[in-house]
Write a protein of this length. Structure first.
Length: 364
């Protein structure tokens, strides 16, 4: 009897070992993913779909972390920063772009895969985030890493630089503030504080005086451009054009688009969109921005036509719906306004009390 029990036990172990061996064999024989348009676009669409369903890891875990770390570590000071307490965690947090994308979606915005292309033998995927008339594009390069697709790096439009460069200088900035109070990074920090306090002239003065010492930080141009606008909105484009030789044209185009839209400059908005399309793809979100410029210029019918077209290609974003309501108000189309109001109630589950509040706010 005892022998039978031992024999049974041995057979179970043998079956278990064979099972494990079989699983190991299956894992080893999995075919690595090919790098081509079909696989890369499927990869991008999968990320976008999961972000829309509020799964941030779909993007955050898609980066080739080790490769980006190597790029960032080419800066010897940043390399040493990984040994500082919290350095590794700071680096990893910089790659949590999925959290930012999901935040935009949960705030009533949108995230989408908008373009695939190949340049210099590199496969590119372009994602777009939208939140409350804030727009950003991320142009990533994709390659295979140990048989799976990974994002290697990419240009972030609203930062005006590569993701790796943004992380490198963000880490450098924080390290310099902590370890070297006499470094030029202190001037950048002071300019940042002036910007947050609405002191555009003071911020610009510091940024201009210390240009050579801090211009390599991507934060420098983010602060410089923001303060250019707040100090002199009417001459913003003229001042922006003076930076053509210093920063990426895509960065300038995005800023110009947002400026023209908010100024209600229809022709300039259209021209800038046409300049961006070859790089970002013909994203239907542009219809919303063009409509916004028309709305601010009080060209209500043209704005409404754009919004109606955009609605067929985009989810019913809150801003899209609310802009339609403003168009119907401007056109004095009460029937259209009421129908649009009801459509929003159905889409967003708005209570009658909230709906009446929106009606009152728009119509008085």
């Amino acid at each position: 009897m005892k022998k039978a029990i031992v024999l049974t036990f041995c057979l179970i172990c043998l079956i278990g070992l064979q099972s494990c061996h079989k699983k190991g064999q299956d894992t080893q024989t999995v075919e690595p993913v090919s790098l081509n348009e079909q696989t890369v676009t499927a990869f991008a669409r999968g990320i976008a779909e999961k972000i829309v369903h509020e799964q941030p890891d779909a993007l955050s875990n898609a980066f080739d972390e080790e490769h980006i770390r190597q790029l960032v570590s080419e800066n010897s000071i940043v390399y040493s920063g990984f040994d500082v307490e919290g350095g590794k965690e700071y680096f990893e947090n910089c790659l949590h772009l999925g959290d930012q994308a999901v935040k935009a979606v949960s705030n009533g915005g949108d995230f989408a895969f908008v373009k695939y292309y190949v340049a210099n033998d590199e496969h590119h995927i372009v994602f777009r985030t939208y939140d409350d008339f804030n727009l950003n594009f991320m142009d990533f390069t994709v390659d295979t890493v140990q048989g799976v697709l990974k994002i290697k790096d990419g240009f972030i439009y609203n930062l005006g630089c590569l993701l790796s460069k943004s992380i490198e200088y963000s880490m450098l900035f924080n390290l310099m503030l902590q370890t070297n109070p006499n470094d030029d990074a202190q001037w950048l920090h002071t300019a940042q504080e002036h910007t947050l306090n609405g002191q555009a002239s003071k911020a610009l003065q510091i940024l201009t005086e210390h240009h050579d010492g801090i211009k390599e930080y991507p934060l420098y141009y983010q602060l410089f451009i923001a303060n250019l606008y707040h100090s002199n909105p009417k001459n913003f484009i003229t001042q922006l054009d003076k930076l053509k030789e210093e920063i990426d044209g895509r960065y300038l185009q995005l800023h110009k688009l947002l400026y023209y839209v908010n100024e209600g400059k229809i022709a300039e908005t259209e021209a800038t969109i046409n300049e961006l399309i070859p790089q970002t793809g013909d994203d239907p979100i542009y219809l919303l921005f063009y409509a916004k410029s028309c709305l601010l210029a009080k060209d209500y019918q043209r704005a409404l036509d754009c919004l109606t077209t955009a609605e067929s290609a985009l989810p019913l974003l809150w801003d899209l719906w609310y802009s339609e309501l403003q168009c119907y108000k401007g056109l004095k189309d009460k029937e259209g306004f009421d129908q649009c109001l009801q459509r929003g109630k159905d889409a967003y589950g708005i209570s009658d009390e909230e709906l009446n509040g929106i009606r009152k706010k728009l119509l008085g």
